[in-house]
Design a protein around this ligand. Sequence first.
Ligand code: 6LW
Length: 512
Amino acid sequence: MPVPDERTAYPNPLIPGFNPDPSCVLVDGTYYLVTSTFEYLPALPVYRSADFVTWEHIGNVAVRGEQVGIADVPSAGGVWAPTIRHHDGLFHVIVSVATGPRGCLVFTATDPAGPWSEGTVIDGVHGIDPDLAWDETGRPYVTYSGLHLNGTTVVANRGILQARVDLAAGRVLEEPRQLWSGTGLVAPEAPHLYARDGHWYLLIAEGGTESGHAVSVARGPSIEGPFEGAPHNPLLSASGTDRPVQCTGHGDLVLGPHGEDLMVLLGTRRAGRFSPLGRETYVTGVRWSDGWPCPAPVELAPRPEPLHEHFTFTDPAALADPGWLAVRRTPGEAASLTGRPGTLTLTAAGDGSDTLRPAFVGRRQRHLDSVVEARVEPAAGRGGLCLRFDEEFAVVLLAERSPIGGGLRVTARADVPTMTQSWSTDVPDDRVLLRITTRTPPPGRAPWLSSGDRIRLSVVDATGAESHLAELDGRLWSVESAPFFTGRVTGMYAEDGTVHFTDFRYHGEPRT
Ligand code: 6LW
């Protein structure tokens, strides 16, 4: 089957930073795309584009914890793979809250920037990666992976399942039936249904979301099948290759702005031999041959322009920027902007709840070469910057009153399960600029000398002198070592007491 050599004219990653499991819909010439967010809030970012090149983060589906109910989910549990669709003038996002009490949910909105509904639970859908499609008569179907989880325990994996649903009543209308479930690779999931040229196509992921990830397709005469697999399955996989974008899978098809067919999907990119940003959203071109989709291999084409973000917190609505993330609660619940003008304040609870709900607000690391910095005044507390994968895999840079008299003690600390290491220095100031810099590893290293990116932890004193406390190999804070589902989120953090922050900056450089 011919594999097209088409190169998409779009930046890749399309949506950088941890944005896995993308789903995209075209409505009246505008694209809307949603991705997974796990234990973070707000959940389910909505990105918008008119040309598939420039994407704007216009809001989030779940801006209140109650919508998704993830207050107690384990890290990397929570809000998994959504699907966004539009029907009868209404946007729908269907998603599974894995390991959480709400299960399968459908949110609706007339404006994808929000507000979205509170979410309707769909009883009877025991699985993940739900897709929503309407047949020719307008009847809605949910098609999903029958990976039935009870908390973090896998109860069953029944392959790709489907049932007609009553969206208003929130329930399936029949016993779910099993559909074609791939070529036999592990973890058939991420189903999406499309009607085209008299066929119904069932696109799925299989092989598992890591290095064996693949996209496969089947087609049949009706939305219920029966489905027959394509002769050239899997259509797309980076497994066993040294392609710059790995783990490619979890695709969703959409008509491109030039009338071409496109597939958005997840992928990872490496700094050295490790992938620090997590699974990002990519795009590839799709040609059709003999009535079958043929996606091109995914090309890496990072945006050439740098990105600068500077938050002064003078605007009381600063945390309303949709790119802020907090853990199992919203940024507005985790941080305060009402204490001192131009200052964000974080207060650690200190009652043991900080593990699940840390005093932390951060932003996705979206570039392999990045700088995050903030001016920190620890007052009577201890805090600073945190590069987070989860509560066990984190790198922190903290300031606190020095125990040896005036000034501050600044400590860099590298945490992974069962191991921690720290470095400290004292500065004669009562506030400091803390800086975390990430850089791709130096060129010229032999490919078998695997390494991660470099994470440099620095403090800049009142004279502007920068002291490097530590430089780490970032492999342990990459998806090959840390929890695979998310990615680095770096931001402001209070570990003890109250800490004040001003001038948060994120700078990202395209990898040259
Ligand atoms: C997603 C599923 C998966 O629901 O991971 O490993 C889950 N495969 O497609 C979270 O991304």
